[in-house]
Ligand binder design. Structure first.
Ligand SMILES: [Zn+2]
Length: 495
């Protein structure tokens, strides 16, 4: 149909601009020198202005709206493309262009300001920017809807179908079941000889091991790239270009190993999406939560299992002869699953991790749903750390300044991290019923696990909604009790 062809032309133009902006952000986060940013923000704001015009032009709007009227004439895939486009359009169409451009400039600069604030441990530097970002977000929501519960809009943006009501149930279970369980685990902790964890491991050999892991997990080099960055992340435009980063810390070798496995989880997901979706608006993963379920599955269920290291510990030991010579597999396994109360989310272990997210969820909910004095944020943060983890940061760089997300305007994103782990646990209990998971991991046959996940989850890209995928795979609606069960089973054995 002529109309649909027009639609595809518009979509391709938008994708082209989106790709340029995206590749600029890859560059910002990997190689761009520090001083380039002010000019760069100025120039990129022009591109994002053009991008915005394309995404909201009258002609494009007319085409999308006309297609929506004739939606029943299309097959399932095209229908989904049209509906996804309409949803994206409704999100931004009412924002005046100047405000959109102003906002993207604000976000670009705020991330640099946040870096300075964190470095100098000075919340006051960041506070005025945070205030402007929150006001802009609220204004954007007000353009879209007169809905009062603004935080629900943000939550749904990152994870379609999720709301404060559902998250309250989820985090309620975490508070009730996990917080006391973490306390008992921490009390049972004994002093063990795990100095090897913070021994010195040279960066070049760490990189060799990461490259070995890329082979183990069957990552396709011809459709990807590995670089270094301060915060590891995965980047992609479509299934043929899926890159990721790690960082190498000389005194914490687990950082590069587990960041690599985590990011490989994201990257395999993207590489396994049906290439027929590449040039459509359905080409990425289903949602943040589903994405995180995959990265957490690879990192924790595979990467932190005993079976995995039965296969790969000899290799690591051979690469770091002096550091690991006297470390048994059992000690190593206990080391990679060590539970500790820590200030920093990205350094947190699998068990205490959701408590870090709980804190962020409660604070974001306060900001958008209840209203809170930004002056008070550091003390609110610290009080919650005390309540859930029984430690209190003495500086804001260990507290609310630690994460980049708010400076990038990403409110509503954090909860998907914990949600992803919970999805992963629910998926795990289905998977182990259908394939001999432990044996495959022990025999270094990750490909068969990849294949299962590809068929059940990855290949669909975003043609299905997150909660729909979960139900398809597990035969059940989202149920947080699997997550609690998984953590309790694993850590009761360890502690
Ligand atoms: Zn992730």
């Amino acid at each position: 149909m002529e109309l649909f062809k027009q639609f595809k032309v518009f979509q391709k133009q938008q994708k082209a601009y989106g790709m340029v902006l995206s590749i600029a952000s890859w560059d910002s986060n990997t190689e761009a020198p520090k001083k380039c940013f002010p000019h760069r923000a100025e120039m990129l704001s022009i591109i994002s202005g053009e991008h915005f015009s394309l995404m909201t032009s009258k002609d494009y709007q007319e085409v999308v709206n006309a297609l929506i009227e004739r939606i029943d004439e299309f097959d399932t895939l095209k229908k989904k493309e049209i509906i996804t486009a309409k949803k994206a359009l409704d999100k931004i169409v009412k924002i005046p262009k100047e405000e959109y451009v102003e906002y993207s400039k604000l976000i670009n600069i705020s991330q640099r300001i946040w870096e300075d604030a964190k470095e100098q441990d000075d919340y006051d530097i960041f506070k005025p920017y945070l205030k402007r970002i929150i006001e802009a977000k609220k204004q954007h929501i007000a353009y879209r809807t007169d809905q009062n519960d603004k935080y629900n809009v943000l939550l749904d943006d990152f994870e379609e179908g999720m709301s404060m009501e559902l998250y309250d149930q989820f985090f309620g279970a975490i508070k009730e079941e996990l917080v006391p369980f973490v306390k008992t685990v921490l009390e049972k902790r004994k002093d063990t000889d795990d100095g090897f964890i913070t021994d010195t491991y040279d960066k070049a050999t760490q990189k060799d091991f990461v490259e070995y892991l890329m082979e183990v997990f069957d990552y396709d080099y011809d459709r990807g790239l590995l670089k270094e960055s301060v915060h590891p992340f995965t980047w992609n435009t479509h299934s043929q270009d899926v890159r990721f980063t790690v960082r190498y810390l000389e005194n914490f070798v687990f950082s590069s190993i587990f960041a690599a496995i985590h990011e490989l989880g994201h990257a395999l997901y993207e590489q396994n999406i049906d290439p027929a979706l590449d040039m459509t608006n359905l080409n990425g993963g289903a949602s943040m939560g589903v994405h995180e379920s995959q990265s957490r599955f690879y990192e924790n269920m595979i990467g932190r299992s005993k079976a995995f290291w039965e296969a790969h510990y000899p290799k690591l030991q051979a690469m770091f002869k002096t550091q690991l010579r006297d470390v048994s597999l059992d000690d190593f396994y206990r080391g990679i699953n060590k539970v500790d109360e820590t200030f920093i989310r990205v350094e947190a272990d699998e068990l205490t991790y959701p408590l870090h997210i709980l804190i962020r969820y409660e604070i974001e909910r306060m900001i958008f749903d209840e209203g809170v004095d930004l002056e008070e944020l550091p003390s609110i943060w610290n009080a919650k750390m005390k309540q859930y983890l029984n430690i209190e940061p003495t500086k804001d760089s260990d507290g609310l300044l630690q994460d980049v997300h708010w400076s990038a305007g990403m409110f509503g994103y954090f909860p998907t991290y914990a949600l992803g782990s919970a999805y992963a646990a629910q998926i795990y209990y289905t998977l182990i019923k259908e394939i001999d998971f432990e044996r495959l991991v022990r025999e270094n046959n990750i490909e068969e696990i990849n294949q299962w996940l590809k068929e059940k989850i990855h290949c669909f890209g975003s043609t299905k909604k997150p909660l729909e995928i979960l139900e398809m795979v597990t035969g059940e609606a989202f149920n947080p009790s699997y997550y609690i069960q998984y953590l309790k089973e694993k850590y009761s054995k360890l502690y």
